[in-house]
Design a binder for this molecule. Structure first.
Ligand code: ADP
Length: 565
C-alpha cells in the first residue's frame, strides 16, 4: 500500500485496532481487509456473493480511491461497532427531553459520531416554568451544559468531539445565541449556525422587521429589524467564524420524506440535514485518482461510484446503532452520502485554476455524473433488496421518479481526516496553502504540496530559493520570476475571491441531494462588509448553508478548520 507518512501517523494514532494493553495489532492493509470483510458480510442476507464483494470493496479501499467516514474505519468489527458519522437528535421543551438527548448524544460521541441539535423549541430565557413557579434559563444555558458534557466525554473517546447547535432566527433569544461565541471559551465543542427563513431574508431585503415567536406558546412576542440581527451575525462571524447560516426553508424544500417530519438541524459540519433520530453514513471518492488529462476517467469513476453506493448501503446493515430509535430511522430512510475529495488536486492535475469558469463547468459535469450513477446504483439495489421502507409518501413515490433504495445518495463532507489518509486535498476546498503545518488529531505536520513540486520541476521554475520562499509565504503570489500561469493555477484559498468559493459550492450543490461542506476563507484584512456580502451571495446562489473563516480570527472551535493551522 502506498500510504504517506502523515497517513501512517494518523492511522496508528486513531484507526488501527489495539489490544487491551493499547498495542496496535493490525497493519493498514489488515485494517482495510477488516472493513471490507465486515461490510461485505451483510451481502449474505440479500443473496449477494460475499467473497466477490469483499474483494471488490477491499480493492477500492486499498487503492485510496474511496473511503467511508472515520467511524466506519475505526469501528468495523468491534463488538458495538458504530459506523455512521452524522446524527441529529431532538431537543424538546422539557427537562426530560433535554437530558434524555444529552445522554443519547454522549453515547453517539463515545462511538465516534457527531450530533446536531436544534434548540429552537426551547422556551426563551425568563419564560415561566409552571412546574417550579420559576423562570426558564433559555436555550443558550442548556447548550453550555451540552458543551461541558462533551468536554468530559471526549477525553475517553476516539475523537475530539463535535456538535452542531442551531437556533431559528425568529427565536426570542436569537441575539444571545449569535453573540455567545464571541467569548472564545464558550461552546468550544460546538459549531453554531442560525437557521434563517425565507421570511427573514425577505425582511432583510426590504429593510423591514420580522416577528420573534415564543416556541412554547407560538405567540409573537415582539419584532426586530432584520438588518440589526444580520449585522450581529456578521460581526460575530467576522471575529470568530461563528455563526454560520443554514437556509432552513430551502433545506426543507429538498426533504425527501416530508411526511416523517421537517428538518431543524444538520450534522456538526453542516453537510447533512437530518430528521430527529436520523443518521447517515458518508463516503468520499478521491477524484485526484481519476485524472485522465484533459478530463476524467469516467468509466472507472462510474464503476467505483456503483461499488461505493453498494458499500454504503451495506454499511447501514453492518452498523451497531447506539439507540433503537436511530436504528429505526436510519433503516427506514437508508440515507447515504457519497461525495468527493481531492477536487483541488484534480484541477491542478488537469491544469485548471480553481477560480475559473471551466472548473465550475467541470464541477457540474462531475457531480452530475456522480449523482446520476449513484442514483442508478441505488435503483439497481432496490430491484433486488426493495426500496427504502419509508418510500410510500416520499418524493420518489410519484410518476417518473426513480424507485431508489436510499432516500438520499449524495453529500459532500469536509473529509478532515479522510483526506490525510488518502493524501489528497480536502473535500471540494481549494488548497489552503502550498506549504503548511497541517494539524490533524492534535498532531502537526509540515508539508509542501507535492503537485506543486512536480509542476515546478516540469515547468522548469524549481529552485531551492523559490521553495524556501514558498515555505515561508505559502503562496506564489508576489514572488518574481514565477510563470503567470503557475501563479493562477496555484492560487490558494485566501487569494480566491468570495465569488469563486461560492460559485464552486453552488456548482456542486446543484447535483447533491444533501448539502456541501465548504468554508469561504477570507484574508485577515477582510471587513464585516465582506462577510455580509458572502452571506447574501450564498443565499442568492442557492446553496443550503454557508460558513466563513477570516484568517487570524479568534478560533473558538477548531473543527471546521481541522486541517488548517
Ligand atoms: P472524516 O474525514 O474524519 O471522516 P469529516 O471531516 O468528513 O470526517 O466530517 C464528517 C462528519 O463526521 C462531520 O460532519 C461530523 O458529523 C462527523 N465528525 C467529524 N469530526 C468529528 C469529531 N471530531 N467528533 C465527532 N464527529 C465528528
Amino acid at each position: 500500500m502506498e500510504l504517506s507518512q502523515n497517513a501512517l501517523k494518523v492511522l496508528e494514532a486513531r484507526y488501527l485496532l489495539r489490544d487491551e494493553e493499547g498495542r496496535v495489532i493490525e497493519t493498514p492493509e489488515q485494517m482495510f481487509a477488516r472493513l471490507a470483510r465486515v461490510v461485505a458480510a451483510t451481502e449474505a442476507a440479500y443473496g449477494g456473493e460475499v467473497p466477490l464483494w469483499e474483494r471488490r470493496f477491499h480493492e477500492l479501499l486499498g487503492s485510496l480511491k474511496f473511503l467511508p467516514n472515520s467511524p466506519a474505519i475505526m469501528n468495523a468489527g468491534k463488538a458495538e461497532g458504530q459506523l455512521a458519522a452524522c446524527f441529529v437528535l431532538p431537543v424538546e421543551d422539557s427537562m426530560q427531553s433535554i437530558f434524555d438527548t444529552l445522554k443519547n448524544a454522549a453515547l453517539i460521541l463515545q462511538s465516534g459520531g457527531g450530533t446536531g441539535f436544534s434548540f429552537s423549541q426551547l422556551r426563551p430565557k425568563a419564560d415561566p416554568v409552571r412546574s417550579t413557579g420559576g423562570i426558564a434559563s433559555g436555550p443558550v444555558s442548556f447548550m453550555k451544559i451540552y458543551n461541558t458534557a462533551t468536554d468530559v466525554i471526549k477525553q475517553g473517546g476516539a475523537r475530539r468531539g463535535a456538535n452542531m447547535g442551531i437556533l431559528r432566527v425568529d427565536h426570542p433569544d436569537i441575539l444571545e445565541f449569535i453573540r455567545v461565541k464571541r467569548d472564545a471559551v464558550e461552546l468550544a465543542n460546538f459549531n453554531i449556525s442560525v437557521a434563517v427563513t425565507d421570511a427573514f431574508m425577505e425582511a432583510l431585503r426590504t429593510g423591514g422587521d420580522y416577528p420573534l415567536v415564543n416556541p412554547r406558546s407560538h405567540k409573537t412576542v415582539g419584532s426586530i429589524a432584520a438588518a440589526e440581527v444580520f449585522a450581529e451575525i456578521v460581526a460575530s462571524a467576522w471575529s470568530t467564524g461563528d455563526p454560520g447560516l443554514i437556509f432552513i426553508d430551502r433545506i426543507n424544500r429538498a426533504n425527501p420524506t416530508p411526511l416523517l417530519g421537517s428538518f431543524e438541524s444538520t450534522n456538526p459540519c453542516g453537510e447533512q440535514p437530518l430528521l430527529p433520530y436520523e443518521a447517515c453514513v458518508l463516503g468520499s471518492l478521491n477524484l485526484s485518482r481519476y485524472a485522465l488529462p484533459p478530463g476524467l476517467d469516467w468509466a472507472a469513476l462510474g464503476r467505483d461510484v456503483a461499488t461505493a453506493v453498494r458499500f454504503l448501503d451495506d454499511t447501514i446493515d453492518a452498523n451497531h446503532y447506539p439507540l433503537p430509535a436511530i436504528e429505526a430511522m436510519h433503516k427506514g430512510n437508508r440515507k447515504i452520502g457519497l461525495g468527493v475529495m481531492g477536487w483541488a488536486d484534480l484541477l491542478i492535475l488537469l491544469g485548471l485554476p480553481y477560480n475559473d469558469p471551466r472548473s465550475f463547468a467541470l464541477a457540474r459535469q462531475t457531480m452530475r455524473f456522480v449523482r446520476d450513477r449513484a442514483r442508478a446504483a441505488s435503483v439497481g439495489l432496490a430491484e433486488k433488496r426493495g426500496v427504502f421502507p419509508n418510500f410510500i409518501g416520499s418524493i420518489y413515490d410519484a410518476e417518473g421518479m426513480p424507485r431508489v433504495r436510499n432516500a438520499t445518495t449524495t453529500t459532500i463532507a469536509p473529509t478532515g481526516t479522510l483526506a490525510t489518509i488518502a493524501d489528497c486535498s480536502s473535500g471540494i476546498e481549494p488548497l489552503f496553502s502550498l506549504a503548511y503545518q497541517r494539524r490533524v488529531l492534535e498532531m502537526e505536520f509540515t508539508e509542501i504540496n507535492r503537485h506543486f513540486l512536480d509542476s515546478a520541476r516540469k515547468g522548469g521554475f524549481y529552485s531551492e530559493r523559490l521553495m524556501a520562499q514558498v515555505l515561508r509565504r505559502g503562496t506564489l503570489a508576489g514572488i518574481p520570476g514565477v510563470p503567470p500561469d503557475a501563479v493562477r493555477l496555484f492560487q490558494t484559498a485566501l487569494e480566491i475571491p468570495v465569488e469563486g468559493h461560492l460559485e464552486m459550492q453552488a456548482a456542486f450543490q446543484e447535483y447533491t441531494d444533501n448539502a456541501v461542506s465548504k468554508t469561504v476563507n477570507l484574508p485577515e484584512s477582510a471587513t464585516e462588509a465582506d462577510v455580509a456580502r458572502t452571506y447574501l451571495l450564498a443565499y442568492e446562489k442557492g446553496v443550503k448553508g454557508v460558513t466563513v473563516f477570516r484568517y487570524g480570527a479568534k478560533k473558538g472551535t477548531l473543527l471546521r478548520f481541522e486541517d488548517i493551522d
